[in-house]
Design a protein around this ligand. Structure first.
Ligand SMILES: [Zn+2]
Length: 95
């Protein structure tokens, strides 16, 4: 009987060691899996519950949600348009 309990304790000990090793492995692998750019871009949008806001379409003047808008990157800023049509019109007479 004593031998049997000793065997179980050995098995439990081995299991614990395996779990510790697995935990250490996960700890070492996790930082490499995380994308460094993901955190930076998330920090750029600290406000708003949904992350969207209303901005003015510079072409037709109506307000559009940044989440649904057609975007045009220009210099350091992003312009938002209500439609592809407005974006194209703006791009044509801005060029
Ligand atoms: Zn528009």
């Amino acid at each position: 009987m004593g031998e049997f309990i000793g065997y179980i304790l050995d098995a439990l000990f081995a299991l614990m060691m395996l779990r510790m090793l697995y935990g250490a492995l996960k700890h070492f692998l996790a930082p490499r899996q995380a994308h460094p750019g993901a955190r930076a871009s998330a920090a750029k949008q600290p406000t708003g519950d949904t992350g969207s806001k209303m901005v003015r379409d510079p072409e037709c003047g109506m307000f559009v949600s940044t989440e649904l808008s057609h975007r045009l990157r220009r210099g350091g800023e992003t312009l938002h348009f209500c439609s592809e049509d407005c974006l194209e019109k703006y791009r044509r007479h801005a060029a």
